[in-house]
Design a protein. Structure first.
Length: 495
């Protein structure tokens, strides 16, 4: 281990979470930190997702930090490039450039009990030593390809939605799209504009609601700049509007029927063919899978050069895709809109805690944490967007902002009190998760459908069973009664 003086904080990841954590640390008077980013620029998922039509399905005024308001959003829902520009602006405005170390690919994180520091191993570089660590790598970082036989046998062009090939010309090409989730419904409308033919392979249809993406008027932007309180009020209005949606999508209620009725009306108004409507109608409750926000997808499916395929895929062949009924569909290119490898049963990098504990092993049957942020046995280590912090109805940044405030408080306690270790109590963490899973059992996510929220065994390690307000309120302050601490100077344990 390096003999250099340890940093106060190491932040792993330069996306929304890492940049937000850095800002909140600075605002709390903590300047001795670095951001370790494996890429060559900031942005995280919004740097990586540059596919045609890439955009956020949460309104921009809510999909941004309250402590870094942007009065210049161009539309109700922002495109990928504009969101990436917002992240870059935060880096500049808060003076974070000197704190970022690019091309730092973290390969492991290990706790040293004797010195009370974390060693962050880097690929091809000297390890970074820090007293506290923020795991801000995010859940949407590592791409996921489907487990389809013959994946490597296909000889045509393959593109993943999060690793888009902008040099590939789709003009006059036969294209397959595998995946009809949030990325797929944005990609398909763009591909049908240029490709000779597009076949969309659907495993299960999703509930889709209309998305009215209005351009923001110049006078509205001017008003926000001159009177920031107006923008704050607009953000609160969007916030409470989305909170009300929870009543229909987090739990099954009469409002669930309202959401489903809106979805069916949207489908009926946009799709005239009864058979196609039947193929696009979900057989599960709204909210059980992620809601899709789109007004372009259904019209795109009905273009002359677009076909929906609902037969299951049997395997990939050298020239295309074979479905279970024995037909081989041949393509020049296959687009995989199949999402990300979300760590529900492991960790993005090896994390070794006290007494050689390996977090990936402890999370083998499903990830668990205290309030999604801290794990017993891994002191001074904090997660953003950790286990069970996913929203089904609101902005992820509302949840993340609460996490950032909480971890900034915890880190400030560690540094100001010169603690060697601040570790959440195992009994507290266990009790929290027992109650969490009890509440999850009553939600639509656990009502029987298969989704990326659940492990293969049906354990929900992803979502928070409640309102955003409830999640935010539980993170208002760090209760030291939930933790054990060790002071560096005296090396004595306290509770």
């Amino acid at each position: 281990m390096s003999t250099a003086e340890p940093l106060s904080v190491a932040i792993i990841g330069g996306g929304f979470a890492g940049i937000g954590a850095a800002i909140r640390l600075k605002q709390n008077g903590i300047e001795d930190f670095v951001i370790l980013e494996r890429g060559t620029e900031v942005g995280g998922t919004w740097r990586d997702n540059t596919y045609p039509g890439a955009a956020c399905d949460i309104p921009s005024r809510l999909y941004s930090y309250s402590f870094a308001p942007n009065p210049d959003w161009s539309h109700t829902y922002s495109a990928s490039a504009e969101i990436l520009g917002y992240i870059r602006t935060m880096v500049k405005e808060f003076g974070l450039e000197p704190k970022i170390r690019f091309r730092c690919n973290v390969t492991g994180v290990e706790w040293d009990e004797q010195t009370g520091v974390w060693a962050i191993a880097l690929e091809g570089r000297e390890a970074v030593i820090a007293r506290t660590v923020v795991m801000a790598s995010g859940p949407l970082a590592n791409v996921s390809f489907p487990a389809v036989p013959g994946l490597e046998s296909y000889e045509g062009h393959k593109i993943h939605s999060a690793r888009w090939d902008h040099d590939y010309d789709f003009t006059d090409k036969r294209v397959a799209v595998i995946g009809t989730g949030a990325s797929g419904v944005q990609i398909v409308p763009e591909l049908v504009k240029t490709a000779r033919s597009v076949k969309v392979f659907q495993r299960t249809p999703g509930w889709a609601l209309p998305r009215a993406n209005l351009r923001t008027r110049s006078r509205t932007k001017d008003l926000y700049r001159r009177h920031p309180v107006v923008q704050r009020l607009a953000r609160r209005a969007w916030y409470w509007g989305h909170e009300s949606v929870a009543l229909g999508v987090v739990w099954e209620s009469p409002l669930t029927r309202v959401v489903e009725t809106v979805g069916r009306l949207h489908l009926r108004m946009q799709v005239k063919d009864p058979w196609l409507r039947r193929q696009l109608t979900p057989d599960f409750r709204a909210g059980c899978k992620r809601l899709l926000m789109t007004s372009e997808y259904y019209p795109a499916l009905q273009q002359d050069n677009c076909t929906l395929v609902t037969w299951p895929i049997a395997r990939l062949a050298p020239h295309g895709i074979r479905t279970v009924e024995g037909i081989e569909h041949q393509f020049d290119c296959i687009v995989f809109a199949t999402g990300f490898d979300v760590c529900k049963t492991g960790t993005p990098v090896p994390i070794i805690g006290r007494d050689g504990r390996v977090l990936a092993q402890e999370w083998k049957s499903g990830a668990r944490a205290y309030k999604s942020i801290a794990v017993s046995g891994y002191p001074n280590l904090y997660f953003t967007f950790g286990p069970n912090s996913g929203p089904g109805h609101s902005s992820a940044l509302v949840y993340m902002e609460a996490q950032l405030d909480y971890l900034a408080q915890a880190i400030k306690i560690v540094l100001e009190r010169d603690l060697k270790a601040l570790d959440v109590r195992q009994d507290v963490e266990d009790a929290y998760n027992v109650e969490l899973q009890r509440r999850l059992s009553k939600t639509t996510w656990n009502s029987g459908c298969s989704s990326w929220y659940l492990t293969d065994e049906g354990f929900n390690a992803t979502m928070f069973p409640g309102f955003a307000t409830q999640y935010v309120n539980q993170l208002k302050s760090v209760d030291l009664r939930d933790y054990t601490s060790t002071v560096r100077e005296k090396d004595t344990a306290q509770t």
